[in-house]
Design a protein around this ligand. Structure first.
Ligand SMILES: Nc1ncnc2c1ncn2[C@@H]1O[C@H](COP(=O)(O)OP(=O)(O)OP(=O)(O)O)[C@@H](O)[C@H]1O
Ligand SMILES: N[C@@H](CCO)C(=O)O
Length: 286
Protein backbone atom coordinates (compact mmCIF):
# COMPACT_ATOMS: atom_id res chain seq x y z
CA UNK A 1 0.00 0.00 0.00
CA UNK A 2 1.21 3.46 -0.82
CA UNK A 3 0.09 7.03 0.01
CA UNK A 4 0.85 9.90 -2.39
CA UNK A 5 0.62 13.37 -0.86
CA UNK A 6 1.07 16.52 -2.97
CA UNK A 7 3.06 19.56 -1.87
CA UNK A 8 1.32 22.91 -1.64
CA UNK A 9 1.99 26.59 -2.15
CA UNK A 10 0.16 28.89 0.26
CA UNK A 11 -0.96 32.52 0.37
CA UNK A 12 -0.95 33.37 -3.39
CA UNK A 13 -0.25 36.93 -2.28
CA UNK A 14 -3.08 38.39 -0.18
CA UNK A 15 -4.59 35.01 0.79
CA UNK A 16 -2.38 34.88 3.87
CA UNK A 17 -3.22 31.77 5.95
CA UNK A 18 -6.37 31.21 3.86
CA UNK A 19 -5.52 30.29 0.24
CA UNK A 20 -3.33 27.48 -1.06
CA UNK A 21 -2.82 25.36 -4.13
CA UNK A 22 -1.73 21.72 -4.37
CA UNK A 23 1.30 21.32 -6.63
CA UNK A 24 2.99 18.50 -8.48
CA UNK A 25 5.74 17.54 -6.01
CA UNK A 26 5.01 14.47 -3.90
CA UNK A 27 5.63 12.83 -0.55
CA UNK A 28 5.33 9.07 -1.08
CA UNK A 29 4.79 6.72 1.86
CA UNK A 30 5.06 2.96 1.35
CA UNK A 31 3.17 1.23 4.14
CA UNK A 32 4.95 -2.06 4.78
CA UNK A 33 4.61 -4.83 7.36
CA UNK A 34 3.44 -4.53 10.98
CA UNK A 35 6.37 -4.40 13.42
CA UNK A 36 6.81 -4.14 17.19
CA UNK A 37 7.85 -0.48 16.93
CA UNK A 38 7.61 2.25 14.28
CA UNK A 39 10.41 2.27 11.70
CA UNK A 40 10.63 5.04 9.10
CA UNK A 41 13.22 4.47 6.36
CA UNK A 42 14.04 7.62 4.41
CA UNK A 43 16.78 9.55 2.72
CA UNK A 44 15.79 12.96 4.10
CA UNK A 45 18.74 13.80 6.33
CA UNK A 46 18.28 14.05 10.08
CA UNK A 47 14.51 13.62 10.24
CA UNK A 48 13.51 11.05 12.90
CA UNK A 49 13.24 7.39 11.92
CA UNK A 50 10.91 6.34 14.77
CA UNK A 51 7.58 7.42 16.23
CA UNK A 52 8.93 10.98 16.56
CA UNK A 53 8.85 11.36 12.76
CA UNK A 54 6.18 13.97 11.94
CA UNK A 55 4.21 11.50 9.78
CA UNK A 56 3.96 8.93 12.57
CA UNK A 57 3.60 11.50 15.36
CA UNK A 58 0.64 13.06 13.49
CA UNK A 59 -0.99 9.65 13.01
CA UNK A 60 -0.56 8.79 16.70
CA UNK A 61 -1.98 12.14 17.84
CA UNK A 62 -5.31 11.26 16.29
CA UNK A 63 -5.15 7.44 16.73
CA UNK A 64 -2.86 6.74 19.73
CA UNK A 65 -3.35 2.95 19.62
CA UNK A 66 -2.37 2.56 15.95
CA UNK A 67 -0.35 -0.66 15.48
CA UNK A 68 3.32 0.09 14.58
CA UNK A 69 4.42 -0.35 10.99
CA UNK A 70 7.49 -0.25 8.84
CA UNK A 71 7.24 2.78 6.52
CA UNK A 72 9.42 3.74 3.57
CA UNK A 73 9.25 7.47 2.83
CA UNK A 74 10.45 9.31 -0.25
CA UNK A 75 9.88 12.98 -0.95
CA UNK A 76 10.71 15.48 -3.63
CA UNK A 77 9.29 18.35 -1.52
CA UNK A 78 12.15 20.53 -0.25
CA UNK A 79 12.00 21.01 3.55
CA UNK A 80 11.50 24.47 5.04
CA UNK A 81 11.20 26.10 1.62
CA UNK A 82 7.59 27.29 1.53
CA UNK A 83 6.23 24.27 -0.32
CA UNK A 84 4.25 22.82 2.56
CA UNK A 85 6.50 19.87 3.46
CA UNK A 86 5.25 19.83 7.06
CA UNK A 87 1.61 19.91 5.93
CA UNK A 88 2.23 17.02 3.54
CA UNK A 89 3.82 15.01 6.39
CA UNK A 90 0.85 15.77 8.67
CA UNK A 91 -1.68 14.85 5.98
CA UNK A 92 0.26 11.63 5.30
CA UNK A 93 -0.04 10.79 8.99
CA UNK A 94 -3.76 11.48 8.98
CA UNK A 95 -4.20 9.20 5.97
CA UNK A 96 -2.29 6.46 7.84
CA UNK A 97 -4.45 6.81 10.93
CA UNK A 98 -7.63 6.99 8.87
CA UNK A 99 -7.04 3.87 6.81
CA UNK A 100 -5.09 1.64 9.21
CA UNK A 101 -7.17 2.74 12.18
CA UNK A 102 -10.49 2.32 10.33
CA UNK A 103 -11.56 5.88 11.16
CA UNK A 104 -13.40 6.67 7.88
CA UNK A 105 -12.79 10.41 8.21
CA UNK A 106 -14.64 12.75 5.84
CA UNK A 107 -12.48 15.34 3.99
CA UNK A 108 -13.70 18.18 6.24
CA UNK A 109 -12.73 16.15 9.33
CA UNK A 110 -9.25 15.60 7.89
CA UNK A 111 -8.92 19.35 7.25
CA UNK A 112 -9.99 20.07 10.82
CA UNK A 113 -7.48 17.62 12.33
CA UNK A 114 -4.63 18.62 10.01
CA UNK A 115 -5.21 22.34 10.65
CA UNK A 116 -5.10 21.77 14.39
CA UNK A 117 -1.75 20.02 13.99
CA UNK A 118 -0.27 22.53 11.49
CA UNK A 119 -1.71 25.69 13.09
CA UNK A 120 -3.25 27.11 9.91
CA UNK A 121 -5.30 25.54 7.11
CA UNK A 122 -3.91 27.07 3.89
CA UNK A 123 -1.45 24.26 3.10
CA UNK A 124 -3.35 21.28 4.51
CA UNK A 125 -6.68 22.05 2.79
CA UNK A 126 -5.33 21.87 -0.81
CA UNK A 127 -3.08 18.96 0.19
CA UNK A 128 -6.24 17.06 1.21
CA UNK A 129 -8.67 18.30 -1.46
CA UNK A 130 -6.31 18.98 -4.37
CA UNK A 131 -6.35 22.06 -6.63
CA UNK A 132 -6.80 25.66 -5.44
CA UNK A 133 -8.62 26.06 -2.13
CA UNK A 134 -9.86 29.04 -0.13
CA UNK A 135 -10.37 28.20 3.55
CA UNK A 136 -11.20 29.88 6.86
CA UNK A 137 -12.02 28.99 10.45
CA UNK A 138 -15.29 30.27 11.90
CA UNK A 139 -16.76 29.25 15.26
CA UNK A 140 -14.05 26.61 15.64
CA UNK A 141 -14.81 24.94 12.30
CA UNK A 142 -13.04 25.11 8.94
CA UNK A 143 -14.88 25.89 5.74
CA UNK A 144 -13.00 25.16 2.50
CA UNK A 145 -14.09 26.01 -1.05
CA UNK A 146 -12.34 24.81 -4.22
CA UNK A 147 -11.68 27.41 -6.92
CA UNK A 148 -11.25 26.80 -10.67
CA UNK A 149 -7.76 25.55 -11.59
CA UNK A 150 -5.74 28.45 -13.08
CA UNK A 151 -4.52 27.47 -16.58
CA UNK A 152 -0.89 28.37 -15.91
CA UNK A 153 2.38 26.61 -15.22
CA UNK A 154 3.61 27.08 -11.65
CA UNK A 155 7.28 28.01 -11.96
CA UNK A 156 9.06 27.73 -8.62
CA UNK A 157 12.33 29.50 -7.96
CA UNK A 158 13.75 27.60 -4.97
CA UNK A 159 16.59 29.46 -3.25
CA UNK A 160 19.28 27.23 -1.79
CA UNK A 161 18.87 28.65 1.72
CA UNK A 162 16.22 27.38 4.18
CA UNK A 163 13.70 29.69 5.84
CA UNK A 164 11.81 28.22 8.75
CA UNK A 165 8.14 29.15 8.87
CA UNK A 166 8.59 30.25 12.49
CA UNK A 167 11.37 32.70 11.45
CA UNK A 168 9.30 34.08 8.55
CA UNK A 169 6.32 34.58 10.90
CA UNK A 170 8.52 36.32 13.48
CA UNK A 171 9.02 39.33 11.16
CA UNK A 172 5.25 39.95 10.81
CA UNK A 173 3.58 42.70 12.85
CA UNK A 174 1.54 41.63 15.88
CA UNK A 175 -1.29 43.98 14.87
CA UNK A 176 -2.62 45.87 11.84
CA UNK A 177 -4.66 49.05 12.21
CA UNK A 178 -8.38 48.77 11.41
CA UNK A 179 -7.88 50.88 8.27
CA UNK A 180 -4.97 48.72 7.04
CA UNK A 181 -6.86 45.49 7.81
CA UNK A 182 -9.89 46.69 5.82
CA UNK A 183 -7.72 47.62 2.84
CA UNK A 184 -5.76 44.32 3.00
CA UNK A 185 -8.99 42.29 3.12
CA UNK A 186 -10.50 44.31 0.27
CA UNK A 187 -7.51 43.37 -1.92
CA UNK A 188 -7.80 39.71 -0.88
CA UNK A 189 -11.57 39.57 -1.41
CA UNK A 190 -11.30 41.05 -4.89
CA UNK A 191 -8.41 38.70 -5.78
CA UNK A 192 -10.58 35.71 -4.76
CA UNK A 193 -13.50 37.05 -6.78
CA UNK A 194 -11.22 37.38 -9.83
CA UNK A 195 -9.90 33.82 -9.35
CA UNK A 196 -13.46 32.45 -9.29
CA UNK A 197 -14.45 34.64 -12.25
CA UNK A 198 -11.33 33.26 -14.01
CA UNK A 199 -10.31 36.82 -14.81
CA UNK A 200 -6.60 36.13 -14.44
CA UNK A 201 -5.42 39.57 -15.52
CA UNK A 202 -7.20 41.11 -12.53
CA UNK A 203 -6.37 38.16 -10.29
CA UNK A 204 -2.67 38.47 -11.13
CA UNK A 205 -2.58 42.20 -10.43
CA UNK A 206 -4.27 41.69 -7.06
CA UNK A 207 -2.15 38.67 -6.12
CA UNK A 208 0.81 41.05 -6.34
CA UNK A 209 -0.89 43.67 -4.16
CA UNK A 210 -0.76 41.81 -0.83
CA UNK A 211 -0.69 43.99 2.29
CA UNK A 212 -0.63 41.25 4.93
CA UNK A 213 2.83 39.70 4.78
CA UNK A 214 5.03 40.11 1.69
CA UNK A 215 6.26 43.64 2.45
CA UNK A 216 7.60 42.40 5.81
CA UNK A 217 9.15 39.24 4.41
CA UNK A 218 10.64 40.55 1.19
CA UNK A 219 13.83 41.58 3.01
CA UNK A 220 14.30 37.88 3.90
CA UNK A 221 13.75 36.87 0.26
CA UNK A 222 15.22 39.54 -2.07
CA UNK A 223 14.54 37.26 -5.07
CA UNK A 224 10.80 38.04 -4.80
CA UNK A 225 11.01 41.58 -6.21
CA UNK A 226 13.58 40.61 -8.85
CA UNK A 227 11.44 37.74 -10.19
CA UNK A 228 8.25 39.78 -9.98
CA UNK A 229 9.81 42.48 -12.14
CA UNK A 230 11.13 39.90 -14.62
CA UNK A 231 7.66 38.33 -14.78
CA UNK A 232 6.01 41.59 -15.80
CA UNK A 233 7.86 41.61 -19.10
CA UNK A 234 8.20 37.82 -19.63
CA UNK A 235 4.78 36.20 -19.46
CA UNK A 236 4.02 35.76 -15.74
CA UNK A 237 0.48 36.67 -14.68
CA UNK A 238 1.54 36.80 -11.03
CA UNK A 239 4.55 36.21 -8.80
CA UNK A 240 4.21 35.70 -5.03
CA UNK A 241 6.08 34.40 -2.01
CA UNK A 242 5.15 30.72 -1.72
CA UNK A 243 4.00 30.08 1.86
CA UNK A 244 6.51 31.49 4.27
CA UNK A 245 9.22 31.42 1.58
CA UNK A 246 11.91 31.35 0.44
CA UNK A 247 10.42 29.77 -2.72
CA UNK A 248 9.08 32.37 -5.13
CA UNK A 249 6.19 31.09 -7.28
CA UNK A 250 5.19 32.51 -10.65
CA UNK A 251 2.07 31.66 -12.65
CA UNK A 252 3.30 31.65 -16.22
CA UNK A 253 1.50 31.29 -19.51
CA UNK A 254 2.67 27.88 -20.86
CA UNK A 255 3.91 29.41 -24.11
CA UNK A 256 6.23 31.80 -22.23
CA UNK A 257 7.89 29.32 -19.83
CA UNK A 258 11.29 29.17 -21.55
CA UNK A 259 11.41 32.94 -22.09
CA UNK A 260 10.53 33.51 -18.41
CA UNK A 261 13.16 31.09 -17.11
CA UNK A 262 15.85 32.54 -19.40
CA UNK A 263 15.03 36.03 -18.13
CA UNK A 264 15.26 34.89 -14.47
CA UNK A 265 18.70 33.45 -15.23
CA UNK A 266 19.73 36.66 -17.01
CA UNK A 267 18.74 38.58 -13.86
CA UNK A 268 21.54 36.67 -12.13
CA UNK A 269 19.47 34.15 -10.14
CA UNK A 270 21.26 30.81 -10.19
CA UNK A 271 19.36 28.55 -7.79
CA UNK A 272 16.96 25.75 -8.69
CA UNK A 273 13.96 26.40 -10.93
CA UNK A 274 11.19 23.77 -11.13
CA UNK A 275 8.41 23.70 -13.72
CA UNK A 276 5.40 22.54 -11.72
CA UNK A 277 1.68 22.23 -12.24
CA UNK A 278 -1.41 22.48 -10.10
CA UNK A 279 -2.10 19.00 -8.65
CA UNK A 280 -5.82 18.44 -9.24
CA UNK A 281 -5.98 15.57 -6.74
CA UNK A 282 -5.31 15.69 -2.99
CA UNK A 283 -3.66 12.89 -0.96
CA UNK A 284 -4.61 9.44 -2.25
CA UNK A 285 -3.86 5.73 -1.77
CA UNK A 286 -2.47 3.38 -4.37
N1 LIG B 1 8.60 13.89 5.03
C1 LIG B 1 8.72 14.37 6.27
N2 LIG B 1 8.82 13.54 7.31
C2 LIG B 1 8.93 14.02 8.55
N3 LIG B 1 8.98 15.34 8.87
C3 LIG B 1 8.89 16.22 7.88
C4 LIG B 1 8.75 15.79 6.54
N4 LIG B 1 8.68 16.87 5.76
C5 LIG B 1 8.77 17.94 6.59
N5 LIG B 1 8.90 17.56 7.87
C6 LIG B 1 9.06 18.43 9.04
O1 LIG B 1 8.59 19.74 8.71
C7 LIG B 1 9.64 20.73 8.91
C8 LIG B 1 9.53 21.85 7.91
O2 LIG B 1 8.40 22.62 8.24
P1 LIG B 1 8.27 24.20 7.92
O3 LIG B 1 6.88 24.58 8.33
O4 LIG B 1 9.41 24.94 8.53
O5 LIG B 1 8.47 24.29 6.35
P2 LIG B 1 7.56 23.87 5.14
O6 LIG B 1 6.34 23.15 5.64
O7 LIG B 1 8.42 23.14 4.18
O8 LIG B 1 7.21 25.29 4.52
P3 LIG B 1 5.82 26.16 4.47
O9 LIG B 1 4.99 25.80 5.66
O10 LIG B 1 6.29 27.60 4.50
O11 LIG B 1 5.18 25.85 3.18
C9 LIG B 1 10.91 19.91 8.76
O12 LIG B 1 12.00 20.51 9.41
C10 LIG B 1 10.52 18.58 9.43
O13 LIG B 1 10.57 18.69 10.83
N1 LIG C 1 0.38 30.98 5.58
C1 LIG C 1 1.60 30.49 6.17
C2 LIG C 1 2.14 29.37 5.30
C3 LIG C 1 3.40 28.74 5.83
O1 LIG C 1 3.13 27.62 6.59
C4 LIG C 1 2.62 31.62 6.25
O2 LIG C 1 2.74 32.35 5.27
O3 LIG C 1 3.27 31.76 7.30
Amino acid sequence: MQIKVPASSANLGPGFDSIGVAISLYLTIDVLEETDHWVVDHDLGDLPRDEKNMIVASALKIKPDLAPRHLRVESDIPLAHGLGSSSSAIVGGIELADKLGGMHLAPHEKIELASQLEGHPDNVAPTILGSLVVVCKVNGHFTAVKAPVPPFAMIAYIPAYNLKTSDARAVLPKELSFKDAVQASAVANTAVAALFAQDYEKAGELMEADLFHERYRSKLVPELEIIRNVGHSHGAVATYLSGAGPTVMSLVDPQHISDFIDAVREAGLKDEIRRLEVAPRGAYWL
